[in-house]
Every structure is written in C-alpha cells, then in structure tokens.
Design a protein around this ligand. Structure first.
Ligand SMILES: NC(=O)c1ccc[n+]([C@@H]2O[C@H](COP(=O)([O-])OP(=O)(O)OC[C@H]3O[C@@H](n4cnc5c(N)ncnc54)[C@H](O)[C@@H]3O)[C@@H](O)[C@H]2O)c1
Length: 336
C-alpha cells in the first residue's frame, strides 16, 4: 500500500524539539524537511543529526515552504499564537507544544483560530494522552479499580541543573500553567468529571525571579464527582526532584513509578503499583512505555488529517485544562 509522506518542519531545536525528532525522524511516512532555530549552530546540528533536508533561522520561511505539510511548534508559549497564525495562513497542519499561550486572552485567540479553520488540523501536545502508562491508569480508574471519589496527588518538581533556562521559561510562562495544563487534563481524563473550582498559592524562592513571577506553585482542584486533586510545580536550585503521581480511592490506590525511578528491572518500563482494599493485595504492573511517545502523537495528527477525527485531547479539552491553570495562576499572582 502506498503511504503518503508528510513534510515536517520543526520550529525550536531545544529539549522538547529533540524529543519530537528522536521519535519521528525514522518514520516511513515522514520527511524532516526543515529544522529551525534562532540559534543557527543549533539548527545546523539538528539538520545533521536528524537527516533534515534543510535548516533555517527564520521560521516564517519554514512555514511558507511548499514542502512543509506539518509544522511542529516547540518554542516558548509566548511565540505559539504568532506561529500558529502563520501556519493557518499557509494551510499547514500543526502539532503545538503545550501550553497553547502564556495568558488567557491569547489562549482564547489560539482556540478560536483553531475552531475557525477546520481545514488545518491542530493537535496540542498533551503527551500524557499518548503515554501507555497513563492510558492504562486512566482505564483502571474508569473501570472502578480504586472506587470513587478519588484523591489525586501529583507533583512535578525540578532540581534545576540549568537555572538560566528555567528562569527564561518562568519569565515567559508560570510553572503552574506550563506543566499544570498536563495534570489538569489528567484530572479530567481519569475521572471523567469537570473541574468545579481551583485554588493556588505560590512564591519566589530565587532572588532573580522578577517581581510578579514565581518559581514555586501549588494548586488544588475540586471535581464535579467529589474527587479532589493537588498539583505542585517547583523549579529551583534547591528543590529536590519529585515526580509523585498517586491516585487514592476507597477501594485502593494506584501509584505510577517512572522507569528511571524504579529500584530494579528498569528495562521492563514504567511500574504501576496497585493496592486494593479490603483484601490488602499488592500488585505490580509493568508497562513497556516511552516517556514521550511523540511518534504516536504525530500519528494522531495524521489520523486527524486523513480521517477528519477530532484528536486527543480535543481543542475543547485543551481549553478546559488551560483555563483552569490560568485561574490558579491568577490567584497565585494576586497574593505574591
Ligand atoms: N510536552 C512536554 O512534556 C514538554 C516538556 C518540556 C517542554 N515542553 C514545552 O515545549 C516548549 C519549549 O520548551 P523547551 O524545554 O524545549 O525549551 P528550550 O529552551 O530547550 O527550547 C526552545 C528552543 O526554541 C528556540 N526558539 C525560541 N524562539 C524561537 C523562534 N521564534 N524561532 C525559532 N526558534 C526559536 C530557542 O532558541 C530554543 O532553542 C515550551 O512550550 C514547553 O512548555 C513540553
């Protein structure tokens, strides 16, 4: 069977840009047409590493090229709306990294633009939707493995080895928005319930974080099915890394242990620790799983292009997690 080849342009050759390329550059339905970064040496390095046809420092040229079918936007959120607008003007399909934008007003514009142009398929990169471990846990909770309502305890704290990079991101987008959109999406996806309300507190613990910004944020959420959740995002030179992901219900609990945090058998993938009550039974479930399955995510976009499917998450689901993250961020900033 003939497989259509899609010309892909990557904009942003940073760490998440590399994660995209690592997982897609050998796909037989993809040609890496162009890799683009403001830093020319980085763009050139990506061209050589991923066998791209060309490299660019001007993203507008990469978007306008007739060889480009799909644009991957992997720059900071403040540039996403401008790049998306240009992609739509040229009729290109898009995978855009989360969060869609840094603030509510531009986020609304982003979502409206996507809805007004169904001819251009746009998938926002909520990579956990495509992660086999998260898919398994979602299924277990939906199949009543731990009962309801549940408590969702989630943290993504980083001991920043490259503080300058994190400081740049903090100046662009708050930690509770940058990563929080993933985990609010997880709250909605796992429970099938809506967020009813959120609260947020935070502060700056690093002297060079500008006034009005923060590097530690904690949000709580109440769901329409009675479940509750917290999400903690801290980036600092002194914070220890923490990847807690635990879901607790009346009939048991589920904890995700990432492959690199397992004490043993790391080659088996992620570990799901499952405890049930009242039988007090422990089970360990291995999931062979890529942490960032960008290729599977791109397949979802191609499915949207070829079969007019609505993607995962849909743009309405993206908006829901975004708007609640923005609300928690506003509450944090009010009290800084
Ligand atoms: N899905 C995930 O799990 C995940 C993980 C990390 C980061 N992200 C998201 O990815 C985005 C990028 O984060 P990162 O950690 O890769 O940052 P990064 O700093 O490592 O990379 C960003 C790159 O974009 C380049 N760039 C910036 N503006 C540009 C422009 N106008 N034209 C061309 N290149 C430009 C920079 O030079 C840099 O090389 C952010 O939105 C972040 O939230 C997502």
């Amino acid at each position: 069977m003939h497989t259509k080849k899609y010309g892909v342009a990557l904009i942003g050759c940073g760490s998440i840009g590399a994660a995209h390329m690592d997982d897609i550059y050998t796909k037989n339905n993809v040609t890496i047409q162009c890799v683009c970064d403001l830093k020319e040496d980085l763009a050139q390095e990506f061209k050589d590493k991923y066998n791209a046809i060309s490299y660019e420092t001007d993203w507008k040229k990469a978007v306008a090229s007739k060889e480009t079918d799909i644009v991957i936007i992997a720059t900071y959120p403040s540039s996403h709306l401008e790049i998306l607008t240009e992609c739509i003007r040229h009729g290109k399909h898009v995978v855009c990294e989360k969060p869609i934008t840094p603030d509510k007003e531009s986020g609304e514009k982003f979502v409206n633009l996507v809805k007004e142009h169904p001819e251009c398929k746009v998938l926002v990169g909520h990579i956990l939707r495509h992660n086999k471990t998260y898919q398994k846990v979602a299924q277990m909770i939906q199949d009543d493995a731990i009962g309801k309502p549940i408590v969702m305890r989630m943290a993504q704290n980083h001991h920043t080895m490259n503080w300058e990079k994190y400081l740049n991101l903090i100046c662009d987008t708050s930690p509770i928005v940058d990563c929080g959109v993933h985990y609010i999406d997880v709250m909605r996806w796992f429970t099938g319930a809506e967020v009813k309300d959120v609260y947020g507190i935070g502060l700056k613990t690093e002297a060079d974080v500008p006034e009005g910004k923060y590097n530690y944020g904690l949000m709580t959420a109440r769901m329409s099915d009675g479940s509750i959740a917290y999400y903690e995002a801290g980036w600092s030179n002194t914070m220890s890394s923490d990847n807690l992901k635990e879901f607790v219900g009346p009939k048991g609990r589920i904890k995700i242990v990432y492959q690199n945090l397992r004490h043993e058998n790391q080659e088996e993938g992620d570990l799901i620790e499952y405890y049930t009550y009242p039988d007090k039974h422990y089970e360990s479930i291995n999931v062979l799983c890529k942490r960032k399955p960008m290729g599977d995510q791109l397949d979802v976009l191609i499915e949207m292009i070829e079969n007019n499917t609505s993607g995962s998450p849909t743009i309405d689901e993206v908006w829901e997690s975004f708007r609640w993250a923005i609300k928690a961020d506003e509450l944090i900033k009010q009290n800084l």
